[in-house]
Design a protein around this ligand. Structure first.
Ligand code: TRP
Length: 456
Protein backbone atom coordinates (compact mmCIF):
# COMPACT_ATOMS: atom_id res chain seq x y z
CA UNK A 1 0.00 0.00 0.00
CA UNK A 2 1.21 3.50 -0.80
CA UNK A 3 2.47 5.26 2.29
CA UNK A 4 1.65 8.91 2.85
CA UNK A 5 4.33 11.18 4.26
CA UNK A 6 3.06 10.91 7.79
CA UNK A 7 1.90 7.41 8.68
CA UNK A 8 -1.68 7.99 9.67
CA UNK A 9 -3.53 5.63 11.91
CA UNK A 10 -6.25 3.39 10.51
CA UNK A 11 -9.09 1.27 11.82
CA UNK A 12 -8.11 -2.37 12.09
CA UNK A 13 -11.41 -3.64 10.69
CA UNK A 14 -14.72 -2.51 9.27
CA UNK A 15 -16.48 -3.89 12.31
CA UNK A 16 -14.17 -1.91 14.59
CA UNK A 17 -15.02 1.29 12.74
CA UNK A 18 -18.75 0.64 12.93
CA UNK A 19 -18.60 -0.04 16.65
CA UNK A 20 -16.50 3.05 17.29
CA UNK A 21 -18.80 5.25 15.22
CA UNK A 22 -21.88 3.70 16.81
CA UNK A 23 -20.16 4.33 20.15
CA UNK A 24 -19.86 8.00 19.26
CA UNK A 25 -23.48 8.15 18.20
CA UNK A 26 -24.91 6.18 21.12
CA UNK A 27 -24.55 8.34 24.18
CA UNK A 28 -26.36 10.44 26.73
CA UNK A 29 -28.46 11.56 23.78
CA UNK A 30 -29.97 8.09 23.39
CA UNK A 31 -30.42 7.06 26.97
CA UNK A 32 -30.89 10.31 28.86
CA UNK A 33 -32.28 12.78 26.34
CA UNK A 34 -34.30 10.76 23.82
CA UNK A 35 -36.68 9.16 26.37
CA UNK A 36 -37.45 12.44 28.09
CA UNK A 37 -38.00 14.47 24.93
CA UNK A 38 -40.17 11.66 23.57
CA UNK A 39 -42.04 11.70 26.90
CA UNK A 40 -42.63 15.44 26.64
CA UNK A 41 -43.63 15.49 22.97
CA UNK A 42 -46.30 12.84 22.57
CA UNK A 43 -44.47 9.52 22.76
CA UNK A 44 -45.12 7.52 19.59
CA UNK A 45 -46.04 10.60 17.58
CA UNK A 46 -42.67 12.11 18.32
CA UNK A 47 -40.85 8.88 17.60
CA UNK A 48 -42.54 8.67 14.21
CA UNK A 49 -41.34 12.14 13.24
CA UNK A 50 -37.91 11.44 14.66
CA UNK A 51 -37.52 8.33 12.51
CA UNK A 52 -38.35 10.32 9.39
CA UNK A 53 -35.78 12.96 10.35
CA UNK A 54 -33.15 10.28 10.89
CA UNK A 55 -33.85 8.78 7.48
CA UNK A 56 -34.02 11.89 5.34
CA UNK A 57 -31.49 14.13 7.09
CA UNK A 58 -29.46 12.06 9.53
CA UNK A 59 -28.38 9.26 7.24
CA UNK A 60 -27.54 11.43 4.19
CA UNK A 61 -25.48 13.90 6.24
CA UNK A 62 -23.73 11.05 8.05
CA UNK A 63 -22.68 9.55 4.69
CA UNK A 64 -21.48 13.00 3.61
CA UNK A 65 -19.42 13.59 6.75
CA UNK A 66 -17.74 10.20 6.68
CA UNK A 67 -17.06 10.70 2.98
CA UNK A 68 -15.31 14.02 3.60
CA UNK A 69 -13.11 12.36 6.19
CA UNK A 70 -12.30 9.30 4.12
CA UNK A 71 -11.51 11.38 1.04
CA UNK A 72 -9.14 13.77 2.76
CA UNK A 73 -7.78 11.51 5.52
CA UNK A 74 -7.76 14.57 7.73
CA UNK A 75 -9.38 16.22 10.77
CA UNK A 76 -12.21 18.73 10.09
CA UNK A 77 -9.92 21.72 9.51
CA UNK A 78 -7.49 19.75 7.33
CA UNK A 79 -10.38 18.25 5.37
CA UNK A 80 -11.76 21.62 4.31
CA UNK A 81 -8.23 22.90 3.63
CA UNK A 82 -7.61 20.00 1.28
CA UNK A 83 -10.79 20.48 -0.72
CA UNK A 84 -11.08 24.24 -0.75
CA UNK A 85 -8.71 27.15 -0.53
CA UNK A 86 -11.29 29.47 0.89
CA UNK A 87 -10.77 30.82 4.40
CA UNK A 88 -14.48 30.65 4.99
CA UNK A 89 -14.66 26.88 4.59
CA UNK A 90 -11.54 26.30 6.62
CA UNK A 91 -13.18 28.25 9.42
CA UNK A 92 -16.15 25.89 9.21
CA UNK A 93 -13.68 23.16 10.18
CA UNK A 94 -12.55 25.30 13.10
CA UNK A 95 -16.12 25.82 14.16
CA UNK A 96 -16.39 22.03 14.37
CA UNK A 97 -13.28 21.57 16.49
CA UNK A 98 -14.44 24.36 18.78
CA UNK A 99 -17.92 22.85 19.05
CA UNK A 100 -16.33 19.52 19.96
CA UNK A 101 -14.47 21.20 22.78
CA UNK A 102 -17.54 22.95 24.09
CA UNK A 103 -19.77 19.86 23.90
CA UNK A 104 -17.14 17.80 25.67
CA UNK A 105 -16.91 20.40 28.44
CA UNK A 106 -20.54 20.05 29.48
CA UNK A 107 -20.94 16.44 28.42
CA UNK A 108 -18.35 15.33 30.98
CA UNK A 109 -20.34 17.03 33.73
CA UNK A 110 -23.48 14.94 33.17
CA UNK A 111 -21.37 11.87 32.46
CA UNK A 112 -19.64 12.57 35.78
CA UNK A 113 -23.02 12.48 37.54
CA UNK A 114 -23.66 9.15 35.92
CA UNK A 115 -20.33 7.85 37.19
CA UNK A 116 -21.16 9.21 40.63
CA UNK A 117 -24.55 7.50 40.51
CA UNK A 118 -22.91 4.11 39.99
CA UNK A 119 -21.52 4.65 43.46
CA UNK A 120 -24.87 5.90 44.79
CA UNK A 121 -26.47 2.73 43.46
CA UNK A 122 -23.81 0.48 44.96
CA UNK A 123 -24.01 2.16 48.34
CA UNK A 124 -27.78 1.74 48.38
CA UNK A 125 -28.55 5.47 48.69
CA UNK A 126 -31.75 5.12 46.69
CA UNK A 127 -33.33 3.12 49.50
CA UNK A 128 -32.99 6.02 51.90
CA UNK A 129 -35.63 8.16 50.22
CA UNK A 130 -38.67 9.18 52.27
CA UNK A 131 -41.44 11.72 51.72
CA UNK A 132 -39.26 14.38 53.31
CA UNK A 133 -36.03 13.29 51.65
CA UNK A 134 -36.86 12.74 48.02
CA UNK A 135 -34.72 11.56 45.14
CA UNK A 136 -34.78 15.12 43.82
CA UNK A 137 -33.47 16.47 47.13
CA UNK A 138 -30.77 13.83 47.09
CA UNK A 139 -29.75 14.76 43.57
CA UNK A 140 -29.71 18.46 44.42
CA UNK A 141 -27.60 17.83 47.50
CA UNK A 142 -25.08 15.92 45.42
CA UNK A 143 -24.79 18.40 42.59
CA UNK A 144 -24.47 21.32 44.96
CA UNK A 145 -21.42 19.62 46.42
CA UNK A 146 -18.46 21.10 44.53
CA UNK A 147 -16.05 18.28 45.33
CA UNK A 148 -18.53 15.58 44.27
CA UNK A 149 -19.26 17.36 41.02
CA UNK A 150 -15.71 18.21 40.05
CA UNK A 151 -14.32 14.92 41.30
CA UNK A 152 -16.54 12.74 39.18
CA UNK A 153 -16.20 15.06 36.18
CA UNK A 154 -12.44 14.68 36.45
CA UNK A 155 -12.70 10.93 36.96
CA UNK A 156 -14.80 10.55 33.85
CA UNK A 157 -12.51 12.80 31.84
CA UNK A 158 -9.49 10.74 32.85
CA UNK A 159 -11.26 7.60 31.62
CA UNK A 160 -11.93 9.31 28.31
CA UNK A 161 -8.32 10.45 28.02
CA UNK A 162 -7.09 6.94 28.72
CA UNK A 163 -8.70 5.54 25.57
CA UNK A 164 -7.75 8.42 23.29
CA UNK A 165 -4.21 8.32 24.65
CA UNK A 166 -3.87 4.67 23.62
CA UNK A 167 -4.56 5.54 19.97
CA UNK A 168 -7.09 4.80 17.25
CA UNK A 169 -6.67 1.04 17.01
CA UNK A 170 -5.37 0.18 20.43
CA UNK A 171 -7.53 2.62 22.36
CA UNK A 172 -10.69 3.72 20.61
CA UNK A 173 -11.29 0.61 18.50
CA UNK A 174 -10.32 -1.92 21.13
CA UNK A 175 -12.29 -0.07 23.78
CA UNK A 176 -15.38 0.08 21.56
CA UNK A 177 -15.16 -3.64 20.88
CA UNK A 178 -15.42 -4.33 24.59
CA UNK A 179 -17.70 -1.52 25.73
CA UNK A 180 -20.32 -1.62 22.98
CA UNK A 181 -21.26 -5.31 23.30
CA UNK A 182 -21.35 -4.80 27.08
CA UNK A 183 -23.69 -1.87 26.63
CA UNK A 184 -25.93 -3.91 24.41
CA UNK A 185 -26.13 -6.83 26.84
CA UNK A 186 -26.92 -4.60 29.82
CA UNK A 187 -29.61 -2.78 27.88
CA UNK A 188 -31.25 -6.04 26.82
CA UNK A 189 -31.27 -7.24 30.44
CA UNK A 190 -32.90 -3.98 31.54
CA UNK A 191 -35.47 -4.11 28.73
CA UNK A 192 -36.43 -7.69 29.60
CA UNK A 193 -36.83 -6.67 33.22
CA UNK A 194 -39.03 -3.73 32.21
CA UNK A 195 -41.16 -5.82 29.88
CA UNK A 196 -41.78 -8.51 32.48
CA UNK A 197 -42.97 -6.09 35.18
CA UNK A 198 -46.67 -5.88 36.06
CA UNK A 199 -48.22 -2.95 34.26
CA UNK A 200 -45.45 -2.66 31.69
CA UNK A 201 -48.02 -2.70 28.87
CA UNK A 202 -48.90 0.90 29.71
CA UNK A 203 -45.34 1.85 28.89
CA UNK A 204 -45.51 -0.01 25.61
CA UNK A 205 -48.76 1.62 24.61
CA UNK A 206 -47.25 4.99 25.46
CA UNK A 207 -44.47 4.23 23.00
CA UNK A 208 -46.79 2.82 20.34
CA UNK A 209 -49.97 4.92 20.53
CA UNK A 210 -49.33 8.34 19.12
CA UNK A 211 -50.71 11.30 21.05
CA UNK A 212 -50.80 13.67 18.11
CA UNK A 213 -52.09 16.51 20.25
CA UNK A 214 -48.86 16.63 22.26
CA UNK A 215 -46.91 16.98 19.05
CA UNK A 216 -46.39 20.68 18.37
CA UNK A 217 -44.68 22.41 15.48
CA UNK A 218 -41.58 22.84 17.58
CA UNK A 219 -41.60 19.11 18.37
CA UNK A 220 -40.70 18.50 14.74
CA UNK A 221 -37.75 20.83 15.03
CA UNK A 222 -36.72 19.22 18.31
CA UNK A 223 -36.83 15.84 16.56
CA UNK A 224 -34.68 17.15 13.74
CA UNK A 225 -32.19 18.77 16.09
CA UNK A 226 -31.98 15.56 18.07
CA UNK A 227 -31.44 13.48 14.93
CA UNK A 228 -28.33 15.56 14.50
CA UNK A 229 -27.09 15.36 18.03
CA UNK A 230 -27.67 11.66 18.40
CA UNK A 231 -25.71 10.83 15.25
CA UNK A 232 -22.83 13.10 16.35
CA UNK A 233 -23.25 15.21 13.23
CA UNK A 234 -22.43 18.81 12.47
CA UNK A 235 -18.97 19.21 13.97
CA UNK A 236 -16.76 16.70 12.25
CA UNK A 237 -16.72 13.83 14.76
CA UNK A 238 -17.91 11.39 12.11
CA UNK A 239 -15.64 13.12 9.60
CA UNK A 240 -12.69 12.44 11.88
CA UNK A 241 -13.65 8.79 12.38
CA UNK A 242 -14.12 8.52 8.61
CA UNK A 243 -10.59 9.83 8.12
CA UNK A 244 -9.20 6.62 9.62
CA UNK A 245 -11.01 4.52 7.00
CA UNK A 246 -9.48 2.96 3.94
CA UNK A 247 -11.09 3.62 0.58
CA UNK A 248 -12.57 0.17 0.17
CA UNK A 249 -15.21 0.72 2.83
CA UNK A 250 -18.79 0.79 1.55
CA UNK A 251 -20.03 4.02 3.12
CA UNK A 252 -23.68 3.32 2.41
CA UNK A 253 -23.71 0.06 4.28
CA UNK A 254 -21.49 1.30 7.13
CA UNK A 255 -23.57 4.44 7.63
CA UNK A 256 -26.84 2.51 7.52
CA UNK A 257 -25.54 0.13 10.16
CA UNK A 258 -24.43 2.99 12.40
CA UNK A 259 -27.83 4.68 12.09
CA UNK A 260 -29.61 1.38 12.68
CA UNK A 261 -27.65 0.67 15.86
CA UNK A 262 -28.13 4.20 17.18
CA UNK A 263 -31.88 4.12 16.56
CA UNK A 264 -32.27 0.62 17.92
CA UNK A 265 -30.50 1.52 21.16
CA UNK A 266 -32.59 4.68 21.62
CA UNK A 267 -35.79 2.67 21.14
CA UNK A 268 -34.75 -0.15 23.45
CA UNK A 269 -33.70 2.45 26.05
CA UNK A 270 -37.16 3.97 25.66
CA UNK A 271 -38.77 0.56 26.20
CA UNK A 272 -36.59 -0.28 29.21
CA UNK A 273 -37.26 3.08 30.83
CA UNK A 274 -40.96 3.60 30.10
CA UNK A 275 -42.10 0.07 30.95
CA UNK A 276 -40.47 0.42 34.36
CA UNK A 277 -41.65 4.00 34.88
CA UNK A 278 -45.28 3.08 34.13
CA UNK A 279 -45.16 -0.19 36.02
CA UNK A 280 -44.12 1.67 39.17
CA UNK A 281 -46.64 4.45 38.63
CA UNK A 282 -44.21 7.32 38.04
CA UNK A 283 -44.69 10.30 35.73
CA UNK A 284 -43.18 10.43 32.23
CA UNK A 285 -43.20 14.08 31.35
CA UNK A 286 -40.71 15.24 33.96
CA UNK A 287 -38.05 16.47 31.55
CA UNK A 288 -34.30 16.21 32.13
CA UNK A 289 -34.81 14.88 35.67
CA UNK A 290 -36.23 11.62 34.31
CA UNK A 291 -32.98 9.73 34.79
CA UNK A 292 -31.63 11.18 38.01
CA UNK A 293 -34.90 11.91 39.85
CA UNK A 294 -37.44 9.40 38.61
CA UNK A 295 -35.39 6.29 37.91
CA UNK A 296 -33.81 5.96 41.38
CA UNK A 297 -37.37 5.81 42.76
CA UNK A 298 -38.40 3.35 40.05
CA UNK A 299 -35.55 1.03 41.06
CA UNK A 300 -36.59 0.96 44.71
CA UNK A 301 -40.06 -0.18 43.65
CA UNK A 302 -38.98 -3.16 41.54
CA UNK A 303 -37.71 -6.55 42.63
CA UNK A 304 -33.94 -6.75 42.31
CA UNK A 305 -33.89 -2.99 41.85
CA UNK A 306 -30.59 -2.71 43.69
CA UNK A 307 -28.77 -4.67 40.99
CA UNK A 308 -30.68 -3.11 38.13
CA UNK A 309 -29.81 0.36 39.36
CA UNK A 310 -26.10 -0.45 39.33
CA UNK A 311 -26.41 -1.89 35.84
CA UNK A 312 -28.33 1.11 34.59
CA UNK A 313 -25.84 3.76 35.67
CA UNK A 314 -23.02 1.59 34.43
CA UNK A 315 -24.77 1.48 31.05
CA UNK A 316 -25.25 5.23 31.00
CA UNK A 317 -21.58 5.79 31.83
CA UNK A 318 -20.37 3.44 29.08
CA UNK A 319 -22.62 5.14 26.54
CA UNK A 320 -21.29 8.55 27.55
CA UNK A 321 -17.70 7.33 27.54
CA UNK A 322 -17.59 6.15 23.93
CA UNK A 323 -19.17 9.45 22.86
CA UNK A 324 -16.78 11.59 24.89
CA UNK A 325 -13.89 9.65 23.34
CA UNK A 326 -15.03 10.74 19.86
CA UNK A 327 -15.32 14.36 20.97
CA UNK A 328 -11.81 14.43 22.41
CA UNK A 329 -10.47 12.62 19.34
CA UNK A 330 -11.62 15.48 17.08
CA UNK A 331 -9.58 17.99 19.02
CA UNK A 332 -6.60 15.67 19.29
CA UNK A 333 -6.62 14.80 15.58
CA UNK A 334 -6.61 18.48 14.74
CA UNK A 335 -3.46 19.12 16.76
CA UNK A 336 -1.79 15.94 15.52
CA UNK A 337 -2.54 16.57 11.81
CA UNK A 338 -2.27 20.31 11.57
CA UNK A 339 0.20 21.24 14.26
CA UNK A 340 2.36 18.14 14.22
CA UNK A 341 1.79 17.40 17.91
CA UNK A 342 2.36 13.97 19.40
CA UNK A 343 -0.92 12.22 20.24
CA UNK A 344 0.09 11.73 23.86
CA UNK A 345 0.90 15.38 24.40
CA UNK A 346 -2.28 16.51 22.68
CA UNK A 347 -4.38 14.24 24.91
CA UNK A 348 -2.79 15.47 28.11
CA UNK A 349 -2.85 19.16 27.21
CA UNK A 350 -6.40 19.20 25.81
CA UNK A 351 -7.76 16.86 28.42
CA UNK A 352 -6.49 19.44 30.91
CA UNK A 353 -7.97 22.35 28.98
CA UNK A 354 -11.29 20.51 28.79
CA UNK A 355 -11.31 20.19 32.55
CA UNK A 356 -10.70 23.93 32.91
CA UNK A 357 -13.66 24.69 30.64
CA UNK A 358 -15.77 22.01 32.31
CA UNK A 359 -15.23 23.64 35.71
CA UNK A 360 -17.55 26.61 35.21
CA UNK A 361 -20.15 24.22 33.74
CA UNK A 362 -19.89 21.99 36.75
CA UNK A 363 -19.96 24.94 39.15
CA UNK A 364 -23.13 26.22 37.42
CA UNK A 365 -24.98 23.79 39.66
CA UNK A 366 -23.59 25.20 42.87
CA UNK A 367 -21.36 28.18 43.54
CA UNK A 368 -21.89 29.80 40.14
CA UNK A 369 -25.62 29.10 39.91
CA UNK A 370 -26.44 32.80 40.15
CA UNK A 371 -24.03 33.80 37.42
CA UNK A 372 -26.06 34.27 34.26
CA UNK A 373 -25.11 35.12 30.71
CA UNK A 374 -28.07 36.05 28.51
CA UNK A 375 -30.30 34.56 31.19
CA UNK A 376 -28.50 31.20 31.18
CA UNK A 377 -26.01 29.56 33.51
CA UNK A 378 -22.61 28.74 32.05
CA UNK A 379 -23.67 25.11 31.59
CA UNK A 380 -26.90 26.01 29.81
CA UNK A 381 -25.09 28.54 27.67
CA UNK A 382 -22.44 26.02 26.58
CA UNK A 383 -25.13 23.45 25.80
CA UNK A 384 -27.27 25.95 23.94
CA UNK A 385 -24.41 27.44 21.93
CA UNK A 386 -23.01 24.10 20.87
CA UNK A 387 -26.12 21.91 20.47
CA UNK A 388 -28.58 24.49 19.21
CA UNK A 389 -26.40 26.89 17.24
CA UNK A 390 -23.03 25.43 16.29
CA UNK A 391 -24.20 21.90 15.38
CA UNK A 392 -27.08 22.92 13.10
CA UNK A 393 -24.92 25.65 11.57
CA UNK A 394 -22.07 23.19 11.02
CA UNK A 395 -24.40 20.54 9.60
CA UNK A 396 -26.01 22.98 7.22
CA UNK A 397 -22.65 24.26 6.00
CA UNK A 398 -21.26 20.73 5.59
CA UNK A 399 -24.23 19.79 3.39
CA UNK A 400 -23.89 22.98 1.37
CA UNK A 401 -20.19 22.36 0.99
CA UNK A 402 -20.66 18.85 -0.37
CA UNK A 403 -23.50 19.71 -2.72
CA UNK A 404 -22.59 23.16 -3.95
CA UNK A 405 -18.88 23.80 -3.37
CA UNK A 406 -16.99 20.54 -3.58
CA UNK A 407 -19.63 19.33 -6.05
CA UNK A 408 -21.33 16.02 -6.67
CA UNK A 409 -19.08 15.04 -9.57
CA UNK A 410 -16.08 14.84 -7.29
CA UNK A 411 -18.03 13.54 -4.33
CA UNK A 412 -19.49 10.69 -6.37
CA UNK A 413 -16.10 9.57 -7.66
CA UNK A 414 -15.04 9.18 -4.04
CA UNK A 415 -18.29 7.69 -2.86
CA UNK A 416 -18.16 5.04 -5.57
CA UNK A 417 -15.03 3.49 -4.12
CA UNK A 418 -16.14 0.53 -2.10
CA UNK A 419 -19.76 0.98 -3.19
CA UNK A 420 -19.70 0.17 -6.91
CA UNK A 421 -22.57 -2.27 -6.51
CA UNK A 422 -24.92 0.47 -5.32
CA UNK A 423 -24.05 2.67 -8.29
CA UNK A 424 -24.88 -0.12 -10.73
CA UNK A 425 -27.70 -1.97 -8.95
CA UNK A 426 -29.51 0.75 -7.05
CA UNK A 427 -28.76 4.11 -8.69
CA UNK A 428 -31.92 5.57 -7.17
CA UNK A 429 -30.19 5.50 -3.75
CA UNK A 430 -27.51 7.79 -5.15
CA UNK A 431 -30.14 10.15 -6.59
CA UNK A 432 -31.98 10.22 -3.28
CA UNK A 433 -28.76 11.00 -1.41
CA UNK A 434 -28.05 13.90 -3.80
CA UNK A 435 -31.49 15.41 -3.37
CA UNK A 436 -31.42 15.10 0.41
CA UNK A 437 -27.98 16.66 0.77
CA UNK A 438 -28.61 19.38 -1.80
CA UNK A 439 -32.05 20.62 -0.79
CA UNK A 440 -33.63 18.90 2.20
CA UNK A 441 -30.71 19.04 4.59
CA UNK A 442 -29.75 22.73 4.16
CA UNK A 443 -33.33 23.99 4.20
CA UNK A 444 -34.62 21.90 7.07
CA UNK A 445 -31.53 22.46 9.19
CA UNK A 446 -31.86 26.17 8.56
CA UNK A 447 -35.35 25.99 10.05
CA UNK A 448 -33.97 24.26 13.14
CA UNK A 449 -31.45 27.06 13.48
CA UNK A 450 -34.13 29.75 13.18
CA UNK A 451 -36.15 27.93 15.80
CA UNK A 452 -33.15 27.80 18.15
CA UNK A 453 -32.65 31.51 17.73
CA UNK A 454 -36.28 32.09 18.63
CA UNK A 455 -37.10 33.47 15.18
CA UNK A 456 -39.42 30.67 14.15
N1 TRP B 1 -24.12 11.47 19.86
C1 TRP B 1 -23.79 11.56 21.24
C2 TRP B 1 -25.04 11.34 22.07
O1 TRP B 1 -26.08 11.02 21.57
C3 TRP B 1 -23.19 12.87 21.59
C4 TRP B 1 -22.05 13.23 20.74
C5 TRP B 1 -20.86 12.62 20.64
C6 TRP B 1 -22.01 14.27 19.83
N2 TRP B 1 -20.08 13.25 19.71
C7 TRP B 1 -20.79 14.24 19.20
C8 TRP B 1 -22.94 15.19 19.49
C9 TRP B 1 -20.48 15.14 18.21
C10 TRP B 1 -22.64 16.08 18.50
C11 TRP B 1 -21.43 16.04 17.86
O2 TRP B 1 -24.99 11.46 23.26
Amino acid sequence: MAKTKMARENWGSKFGFILAAAGSAIGLGNIWKFPYIAGENGGAAFIFVYLICIAIIGLPVLIGEILLGRTTQRNPVGAFKKLSKSKFWISVGFLGVLAGFIILSFYVVIAGWSLGYIWEAISGSFYKFSPTYSSATHFNTLISNVAWNLGFTLGFLLLTMFFVFAGVQKGIEKGSKILMPLLFIILIILAIKGLTMNGSEKGISFLLNPKWRSLHGTSVLIALGHAFFTLSLGMGAMLTYGSYLRKDNNLFSSSTQIVFLDTLIALIAGIAIFTAVFATGQKTDVGPGLIFHTLPVVFTKMSGGYYFSILFFFLLTIAALTSAISLLEVVVSYFVDEKGWKRHNAVIVFGGVTFLIAMPSSLSFNVLSDLHFFGKTFFDLADFLASNIMLPLGGMLISIFIAWVWGFDKALVELKQGAENIFTDKPYIISAWKIFIKYFAPVLIFLVLLNSLGIL
